[in-house]
Design a protein around this ligand. Structure first.
Ligand SMILES: C[S@@+](CC[C@H](N)C(=O)[O-])C[C@H]1O[C@@H](n2cnc3c(N)ncnc32)[C@H](O)[C@@H]1O
Length: 235
């Protein structure tokens, strides 16, 4: 067994995203169409100035300026990620947004309890997670815990990639599978066996959990059906 194989998948994922933070950042911001998907996701949260929004698995912070602009200087944005390297890039990106706070933590067990200006704890108003649900063993339980975190009336938005179900573009699924295999963190050994199947299963479970906890307010697909945006209000 190699040293890498003996580490937990979570620890290998943190090293992976830390090592590739700069390259990932370029992809996260410049891939064709990704900017409009990020705008759409931020809009789907229906944020008002002064509100508090949490982004789970915020990575290099590609969504954070969109969120900060919507809640304004009197609002709060909390970016959560467990990989220190991506948080360094996110910190640099959001330097001019004092309302953005970055926390190194596990998104599956978030220690988030924002406080208002008087220091009184309150539930976040909204939560965003983009391209991250596929990384959780039990993605349905994680999404359900996020619904608990924002509470009744809070908004959730998930954006994820999986194989397309659009018959016109299904012939491209083998290319997608090759890309997923090439970019999966090396520690996710079970993902190596069939990373796309696992990604699809986790994505479906995450989005079903959102549907079961929320009144769905927004549902679209992009990028030939490979990207899904789904948002709702927790009931
Ligand atoms: C594919 S990147 C997506 C980053 C960002 N959301 C975006 O749209 O560009 C996945 C991110 O999720 C983070 N991540 C994965 N599992 C996590 C967990 N359990 N807790 C916190 N962060 C996690 C990784 O460190 C990585 O930055």
């Amino acid at each position: 067994m190699t040293a890498e194989q003996s580490r937990s998948p979570s620890s290998v994922a943190q090293s992976f995203y830390t090592r590739w933070a700069t390259l990932y950042d370029a992809l996260a911001r410049r891939a064709p169409g990704v900017g409009s998907v990020r705008t759409e996701a931020a809009d789907a949260l229906a944020l008002d100035p002064g509100e508090t929004v949490v982004e789970m698995g915020c990575g290099t912070g590609a969504n954070l300026p969109y969120l900060a602009e919507r809640v304004g200087p009197e609002g709060t944005v909390v970016g959560v990620d467990f990989s220190p390297g991506v948080l360094d890039v996110a910190r640099e990106r959001t330097r001019e947004f004092p309302q953005v706070h970055l926390v190194r933590a596990d998104a599956t067990r978030p220690p988030i309890r924002p406080t208002d200006a008087a220091g009184v704890p309150h539930d976040p108003d909204a939560l965003l997670a983009t391209f991250v649900s596929g990384m959780f063993d039990d993605s349905a339980a994680v999404v359900s815990s996020w619904a608990d975190l924002v509470g009744s009336g809070g908004r959730l938005c998930l954006v994820d990639l999986a194989e397309t179900t659009d018959p016109r573009w299904r012939p491209l699924n083998p290319v997608f599978r090759a890309l997923v295999r090439a970019t999966a963190p090396p520690g996710s050994r079970t993902m190596r066996a069939s990373p796309t199947k696992l990604l699809n299963r986790r994505l479906v479970a995450a989005h079903r959990a959102l549907e079961s906890r929320c009144r769905v307010t927004h549902e679209t697909t992009h990028a030939l059906g490979f990207a899904r945006v789904r948002a709702g209000v927790v009931e």
